[in-house]
Write a new protein. Structure first.
Length: 112
């Protein structure tokens, strides 16, 4: 399962980088596959693993702020792993000409 989430503490000012850093620490220490981006974080793991990390992030921010907002988007495809990198690689391969696409897929060990 891949989950994209963003979490924002409410009522603690405009500069949020120190609060974001505390959430990053929770995510980094979890060991779960992840990617940070400008508007949130992608997590990959089982339902229980992903939700445990999101809850831990929420708990950390609620210690700092009396209110947080969370947005979560989930792509649940049982039986698949390592989709954080494969989904993007697959889309990029589609941008290639057919012959290049086959060569790239072969080198990645992935079906086109």
């Amino acid at each position: 399962m891949i989950a994209e989430f963003s979490i924002v503490p409410i009522g603690i000012g405009e500069s949020l980088s120190q609060h974001v850093a505390s959430v990053f620490e929770v995510i980094e220490s979890s060991g779960i596959a992840h990617e940070h981006h400008a508007m949130g974080t992608n997590l990959e793991g089982s339902w229980a693993e992903v939700m445990a990390v999101i809850r831990a992030c929420r708990d950390v921010l609620l210690e700092r702020a009396g209110r947080v907002t969370l947005s979560i988007k989930i792509d649940d495809r049982p039986g698949t792993t390592d989709r954080l990198s494969h989904k993007v690689a697959s889309a990029k391969r589609q941008m290639l000409r057919p012959q290049e696409r086959m060569a790239q897929a072969d080198s990645d060990g992935i079906r086109p």
